[in-house]
Design a protein around this ligand. Structure first.
Ligand code: PRX
Length: 649
């Protein structure tokens, strides 16, 4: 616990701008406080009312059942369909002809779909999937670029009651194979390729490699996007756009139970393989719907752009389900923020008149580095609200976002949440809560968050501790696919089943504001992407030239954290740049490029305790180039550490 000591001293505070407040749906602190109080003290009334704003096929009978703690059931007896919540409900309103998805490809191709058009596409895709036997309860893996068909794929699965499992397009064939096998997926939706920095990312090729020797997948649906040449298995592969062209634009949505699984999304934890986080239909939609409505303060004429990839939870919740359930116009962009030039994002903001922008601290820091002129040469007067997510944002980047991007006019919502929480948990409401640079501010409705010590005792103001949630909330995960015990163990065992433990350290200041201080477990956060140190270590040791490896985070100005690996090479392997590069490629192949170590330190031995455990906390100091001032009395051989530290100098 002594490690969790906040070094931030940030006293600035910004009130919601008057102009923003005038139209905000919640525009004073008292209203927020009263609603929050009610959501905690009378959760059933509060959430029952919110849930009734969504279109149910059959109404729910109860709101919350917590009797099988820690597995919550929300909206028992209710039936609904996520694709109908996102699309069908708008077809009888003026939103029918409103743009739902406004897509721009990296090459600059633009295509938009109204709610009516998106509905037709989703029905066609659902029919094409069903034609090949995809049905309720099946698991479908999705590995695609950021094109509209990716959003349609999620909704088409949901329409059929099939469970989608999206795998981020940067993951390797091995990572796909593991996820397809773990989820028991029987179909895959992919594309020939996607555009990234002027090059084609050959996705179908990676899928072919991943599925080699696996016969549980009966169909691979391929969207032709880049028209690169791809291998074709006549029995297994289907041209999805061609199949959709011949399919009906109507398909009735399956009536799903509120607690039926909507999707799996794999995320890294402290131990073992990635876990398939399981989200269900009713609670997840209620949570993403309400947070989108209030945190982004969505208005009918907003053009909303979340820059995340749908391969991560942010894209699931805040490109697809939350905003569409609110009938918003969502921008989707295929490419990189700096291709073909470093002002690309701001060019898109100007061109599409984006009013609400939600992005990540790592992107903000990159833009800061590339220079203000790439931002300021585009018109940003359409922007009215800015958001960030994925990692702690340093006050300097926060201020730059506010002053340069937002011209001092736009409130910033720094939103803390996780794959597991499904929806935003700690955030300012932009019209009601004063913001402080670097703080995620206050809990959202229904979130009973606390900072506690190792014994679960709530800590006082400004004391660093562990961030916990004391009550269930609708969009919480319901478990880990195929491993309920691991769910209990990972999230609920730390405090004997009393609290959900998120894995983050935090403090609360004298105003009750939360300051998130990063992970306290063996999870790295590189550019807002969660990676497990253990997973990277096991990828490294699977290389025949590696005897032992330890991976720790190293602070990085741009990516927040970077992967630093300490490696003991096998006899006969020559430590050096060439071998380091080979290991980087090996990790990229095993997990994906995002896990590639930035630093590889070769060592003849790793610092261990007398009982043989690698002391990663000491290696964190070495990786950061800091002097090791921590307690080293349990070290078996101090000289190992001294040699490593000396090399780092
Ligand atoms: O450490 C926290 C960090 O990201 C973790 C969750 O990662 P993931 O499940 O991939 O979801 C990212 C997008 C929701 C958290 O445990 N994190 C996320 N948002 C913030 C954050 N850390 C500080 N401030 C945030 N706003």
């Amino acid at each position: 616990m002594s490690e969790i000591e906040s070094v931030l001293h940030e006293n600035r505070s910004f009130e919601p701008p008057t102009a923003f407040r005038e139209t905000a749906s919640i525009n004073d602190l008292e209203t927020y406080r009263e609603m929050h109080r009610r959501s905690i003290e009378e959760p059933e009334d509060f959430w029952g009312e919110v849930a009734r704003e969504l279109p149910w096929i059959e109404p729910f009978e109860s709101v919350l059942d917590w009797s099988e703690k820690p597995v919550a059931k929300w909206f028992g007896g209710g039936k609904l369909n996520a694709s109908a919540v996102c699309l069908d409900q708008h077809l009888t309103t003026e939103r029918r002809d409103k743009v739902a998805i406004l897509f721009e490809g990296e090459p600059g191709d633009v295509k938009s779909y109204t709610y009516a058009e998106a509905h037709a596409e989703v029905c066609r895709m659902a029919n094409a999937l069903a034609e090949r036997g995809v049905k309720r309860g099946d698991r479908v893996a999705i590995y695609m670029p950021m094109i509209p068909e990716l959003a349609f794929a999620l909704l088409a699965c949901a329409r059929l009651g099939a469970i989608h499992s999206v795998i981020f397009g940067g993951f390797s064939a091995t990572a796909i194979r593991d996820r397809v096998a773990d989820g028991g997926c029987t179909a895959v939706i992919t594309a020939d390729g996607g555009w990234r920095r002027g090059k084609v990312l050959e996705l179908k090729k990676v899928v072919d490699e991943a599925l080699a020797g696996i016969d549980s997948v009966h169909t691979v649906f391929v969207v032709k996007r880049t028209n690169n040449e791809v291998a074709w298995d006549e029995r297994r592969d289907v041209d999805l756009l061609a199949a959709m062209a011949g399919a009906s634009a109507e398909r009735a949505p399956e009536a799903m139970d509120a607690e039926d699984t909507l999707f799996l999304l794999y995320t890294s934890g402290s131990t073992g393989k990635p876990k398939g986080i399981r989200h269900t239909t009713g609670g997840y939609l209620v949570g993403t719907y309400l947070t989108s409505k209030y945190v982004f303060d969505l208005k009918e004429d907003d053009v909303y752009w979340c820059t995340a990839d749908i391969g991560w939870i942010t894209g699931h919740s805040y490109i697809v389900y939350g905003p569409l359930a609110n009938g918003a116009t969502c921008v989707m962009y295929e490419g990189a923020p700096n291709a073909p030039h470093p002002g690309r994002f701001w060019e898109l903001v100007e061109k599409h008149r984006v009013s609400v922008l939600y992005t990540a601290p790592t992107a903000i820091r990159a833009f800061m580095r590339w220079g203000d002129e790439h931002v300021t040469r585009f018109d940003r007067s359409s922007l009215r609200l800015l958001g960030t997510v994925g990692e702690p944002i340093n006050p300097k980047a926060w201020m730059w976002y506010r002053e340069v991007v937002g011209e001092g006019r736009c409130p910033i919502v720094d939103t803390w949440w996780q794959t597991e929480t499904g929806a935003i948990m700690i955030t300012p409401l932009p019209g009601a809560v004063s913001t402080k640079p670097g703080s995620a501010c206050l809990p959202f409705f229904g979130v009973d968050a606390a900072v506690v010590d190792e014994d679960g005792t709530e800590l006082g103001a400004n004391q660093g501790g562990l961030l916990c949630v004391r009550k269930p909330w609708p969009s919480m995960l319901r478990g880990i696919w195929g491993d309920d015990e691991r769910y209990r163990e990972t999230y609920w065992s730390r405090f004997g089943g009393k609290y959900y433990f998120a894995g983050d350290g935090a403090r609360r200041d004298e105003d009750g504001y939360f300051w998130i201080m990063g992970r306290v477990d063996d999870v790295l956060n590189v550019s807002g992407h969660r990676l497990s140190t253990m997973e990277i270590e096991s990828a490294l040791v699977s290389h025949p030239g590696v005897v032992e490896a330890a991976v720790v985070p190293r602070p990085d100005d741009l990516t927040g954290e970077a992967v630093a690996a300490f490696v003991t090479a096998s006899p006969g392997c020559e430590p050096g740049d060439a071998f380091a590069d080979e290991l980087r490629e090996h990790v990229a192949k095993e997990i994906g490029k995002l896990a590639r170590p930035a630093d590889i330190h070769f060592a003849d031995a790793l610092p261990k305790t007398r009982s043989g455990k690698i002391m990663r906390r000491l290696l964190r100091d070495v990786a950061a180039g800091r002097e090791v001032l921590q307690d080293t009395t349990t070290l078996e051989d101090r000289s190992v550490l001294d040699r490593l530290s000396a090399e780092g100098k």
